[in-house]
Design a protein around this ligand. Structure first.
Ligand code: ADP
Ligand code: MG
Ligand code: ZN
Length: 601
C-alpha cells in the first residue's frame, strides 16, 4: 500500500513538473498585454501603432511609446483584410509597418505536440507503475522464506543487572554465557556444548528479558524471532524461514537464537484438527533438523521461551535439543522489591514511597505487572501535575492494576451503596474470622473495573501450596458477600455472580484435580487435551462414567453448600461487627488494613 502511494506520488510530481514548464512558457507571453482586434483598429486609427509583426495568426504589436501588445486574428484571413473590414482609412494603414514574421516554432511545437505527449506520458507512466506493482509482489514472494529475525540493538544492551531476582535462572544462564565466551575450554574436555535451553515461566516473569540479558552478558549477536512468525498463510514458509534463520546465525556465530513463544510451533505433533498444524509440524521438524545439524564447532545456542511447557512436543525436549530447562518462577517478596527498585530508578519517587510495602501487597504479581504498576503510578502522578510520585499513588496503583481503574463516575445509588457495603463487609468479616483465610488488606466500595466494590485479602507469607482447609475457608470468604446480602436484605443481587463463578471453579478443582474429596478419592477426573479447532482449544475429555459425573456434581454442590453455611453462621454470629464495618464504609468508602483490624479488635 505504501509502495503504491509512493509510486503514485513520483508520477504525480513528474506530471506537475511538465505542467509547470508548459505554464512558464505561456507566462512569457502573458507579460505582454493582449488586446482585441477592435482595440488594435482603434490604436491604428489613433496613429499609436508603430509596427505589427504577423506570425501565423498571432500579431505582435509595437506601439510608438515602445510598449508591446499582442493580438490574434483568424488564421484564414490576412491582416489587411481584417483591418479593412473595420473600415480603417488606407493612409492610416500605410503608416503602420507590417512585417510577416516566421511562425513561432517553439510555441507551435509545444502547442501542437504537448496534447499528444502528455496523455502518452501518462499512459506510459501508468504502465510502468503497474509493472512495478507486479514486480513488488514478486520480490515480496522472494523474501517470504526469509526469517525476518531481528538482531538486537547492540547499544541498548541488557545485562543480568537489569534482571532482578530469578537467581537460579541467572546461574543457569551464566553457564551458557561461559559456553559462548570460552567454548574451547569445554571442547578440550570432550564435553558437548548444549544446543538448546528452554526458558519456562508464566507470562511476564522476564523470559524475554533474561534471554536478551544472556546475549548482553556474552556480548554475542542476538537473533530474536517469535514462534508465531514462522506460521504464515502458505505452507512451507515456516520451514524455509527456519533454514534462513539458522543460516544467518551460522554466519554470525557465536551467537544466540531466541525463539520466543515456541509453543506456537512446538506443540505436540499429530494433535489437532484443521490445516494449520501441518505447517507447524514442518516448521518444528525443520528446527529439530537444524539443531541436530550443529557440530561441536558451531557455537550457537538456541534459547526458547514458553509459558506452556505442557503442550510442547517431547521431541523438542530430548537430549541434544532443548535438554536444558530453566524455570523462572513468579517473584517472591524479596524479588518483587528488587524488581520494583529497578523500575523505580528512572522515576522521581518520593522518599516516603515504601517499595517494601508494595512488594508485600503484590503476591502473584509478575515482573511485568510490577513494571506496569510503577508505570501506572507515574501516569497518575503526571496527570495530577505532580513533580514526584508519592506513596499513596503507588499503593493505589496496585488496585488499579489488579482490578482496573477507579470509576468515580460510577456513582451508586444510596441503596446500591448500602448493598455493596454489606456485601463487602461480609467478605471482609469472614476473611478476618476464619483461621485459614488470608487476612484483609483493604475493603472498599469504590467501583473499580467491573466490580462495584472489592475486598483484598492477601496471604501473610508466600504460599506455594494450598491445603484443604485453605480451600474450605476461601470458599466461605467468597460466599461472604452472597450470604450477607441474603441475611440483611432477604434477597441477593447480581453483584455476587463473579463470586459464584470463582467458588464453583474452586470446588470443581478440589474434587476433580486435587483429589480432596472423600467420596471420589485420590484421582483426577477429565483429561486435558490439546485440540485446536477453528482457533479454539477444546479441553477436557471425559474419562469417567455417567454415574461418577453425578457424584462429582453432587460433591461440588455439597462443598458450596457447606461453605455457604459457614459464611451464614459467621455473619449471624457477628452482626454487630458487620454493622460497624458498613457504617465506616458508607462514611468513608475505603478501610485500610490497620483501621480494619482496630475496628474488629
Ligand atoms: P516474558 O517474556 O516472560 O513474558 P518479559 O521478559 O517480556 O516477560 O518481561 C516483561 C517486562 O517485565 C520486562 O520488559 C521488564 O520490564 C519486566 N520484568 C520482568 N521480570 C523482571 C525482572 N526479573 N527484573 C526486572 N524487570 C522485569
Ligand atoms: Mg516474552
Ligand atoms: Zn463479592
Amino acid at each position: 500500500m505504501k509502495n503504491i502511494l509512493k509510486n503514485f506520488l513520483i508520477f504525480f510530481l513528474i506530471f506537475a513538473a511538465i505542467m509547470a514548464i508548459f505554464g512558464l512558457f505561456n507566462q512569457n507571453a502573458q507579460n505582454i498585454e493582449k488586446i482585441s482586434i477592435a482595440k488594435l483598429v482603434e490604436e491604428i486609427n489613433n496613429e499609436e501603432v508603430k509596427s505589427i509583426t504577423v506570425k501565423g495568426d498571432e500579431l505582435d504589436i509595437l506601439l510608438k511609446n515602445e510598449s508591446q501588445q499582442s493580438s490574434r486574428k483568424e488564421a484564414s484571413e490576412s491582416l489587411s483584410e481584417v483591418i479593412k473590414n473595420y473600415a480603417v482609412p488606407a493612409e492610416k494603414i500605410a503608416k503602420v509597418d507590417v512585417t510577416i514574421g516566421e511562425e513561432s516554432n517553439s510555441g507551435f511545437l509545444l502547442g501542437s505536440i504537448l496534447p499528444f505527449v502528455i496523455p502518452a506520458l501518462f499512459i506510459i507512466g501508468l504502465i510502468w507503475f503497474m509493472m512495478r506493482q507486479v514486480q513488488g509482489v514478486n520480490s515480496k514472494a522472494m523474501t517470504f522464506g526469509q526469517s525476518g529475525a531481528k538482531i538486537a540493538d547492540q547499544k541498548q544492551k541488557v545485562t543480568f543487572q537489569d534482571v532482578a531476582g530469578a537467581k537460579e535462572a541467572k546461574e543457569d544462564l551464566e553457564e551458557i554465557v561461559d559456553f559462548l565466551k570460552h567454548p574451547q575450554k569445554f571442547v578440550a574436555m570432550g564435553a558437548k556444548i548444549p544446543k538448546g535451553v528452554l526458558l519456562l515461566g508464566s507470562p511476564g516473569t522476564g523470559k524475554t528479558l533474561l534471554a536478551r540479558a544472556t546475549s548482553g552478558e556474552a556480548k554475542v549477536p542476538f537473533f530474536h524471532i517469535s514462534g508465531s512468525e514462522f506460521v504464515e498463510m502458505f505452507v512451507g514458509v515456516g520451514a524455509s524461514r527456519v533454514r534462513d534463520l539458522f543460516k544467518k546465525a551460522k554466519k554470525a556465530s557465536p551467537c544466540i537464537i531466541f525463539i520466543d513463544e515456541i509453543d506456537a510451533v512446538g506443540r505436540q505433533r499429530g494433535a489437532g484438527l484443521g490445516g494449520s498444524h501441518d505447517e507447524r509440524e514442518q516448521t518444528l521438524n525443520q528446527i529439530l533438523v537444524e539443531m541436530d545439524g550443529f557440530d561441536n564447532q558451531t557455537n550457537i545456542i538456541v534459547l526458547a521461551a514458553t509459558n506452556r511447557p505442557d503442550v510442547l512436543d517431547p521431541a523438542l525436549l530430548r537430549p541434544g535439543r532443548f535438554d536444558r530447562q530453566v524455570v523462572i518462577d513468579l517473584p517472591d517478596i524479596k524479588d518483587r522489591e528488587a524488581i520494583l527498585k529497578i523500575h523505580a530508578q528512572k522515576k522521581p519517587l518520593e522518599k516516603d514511597a515504601d517499595l517494601k510495602v508494595v512488594a508485600q501487597r503484590t503476591p502473584g504479581f509478575s515482573g511485568a505487572d510490577l513494571a506496569n504498576l510503577l508505570n501506572e503510578a507515574a501516569i497518575v502522578a503526571a496527570r495530577e501535575n505532580k513533580k514526584t510520585i508519592d506513596n499513596l499513588t503507588v499503593l493505589n496503583s496496585i488496585e488499579r492494576v489488579l482490578l482496573g481503574r477507579e470509576r468515580k463516575s460510577h456513582i451508586l445509588s444510596t441503596s446500591e451503596k448500602k448493598i455493596t457495603a454489606y456485601h463487602e463487609a461480609g467478605h471482609a468479616l469472614i476473611a478476618h474470622i476464619l483461621p485459614h483465610a488470608d487476612p484483609v488488606h483493604k475493603v472498599s466500595i469504590i467501583a473499580r473495573g467491573r466490580a462495584a466494590g472489592y475486598t483484598i485479602n492477601l496471604p501473610t507469607e508466600e504460599k506455594k501450596m494450598q491445603s484443604y482447609s485453605d480451600f474450605i475457608d476461601d470458599m466461605a470468604v467468597l460466599l461472604g458477600g452472597y450470604a450477607a446480602e441474603k441475611i440483611f436484605f432477604k434477597e441477593v443481587t447480581t453483584g455476587a455472580s463473579n463470586d459464584l463463578q470463582k467458588v464453583t471453579a474452586m470446588a470443581k478443582k478440589m474434587v476433580t484435580q486435587y483429589g480432596m474429596d472423600e467420596k471420589l478419592g485420590p484421582r483426577t477426573f477429565g483429561q486435558k487435551e490439546e485440540m485446536i479447532f477453528l482457533g479454539k482449544e477444546i479441553h477436557e475429555r471425559r474419562d469417567y462414567s455417567e454415574k461418577t459425573a453425578e457424584t462429582i456434581d453432587a460433591e461440588i454442590s455439597n462443598y458450596i453448600h457447606n461453605a455457604l453455611k459457614t459464611a451464614e453462621k459467621t455473619i449471624n454470629d457477628n452482626k454487630d461487627k458487620i454493622e460497624k464495618i458498613v457504617a465506616v464504609l458508607i462514611e468513608r468508602e475505603t478501610i485500610e488494613k490497620e483501621e480494619f483490624n482496630k475496628l474488629l479488635a
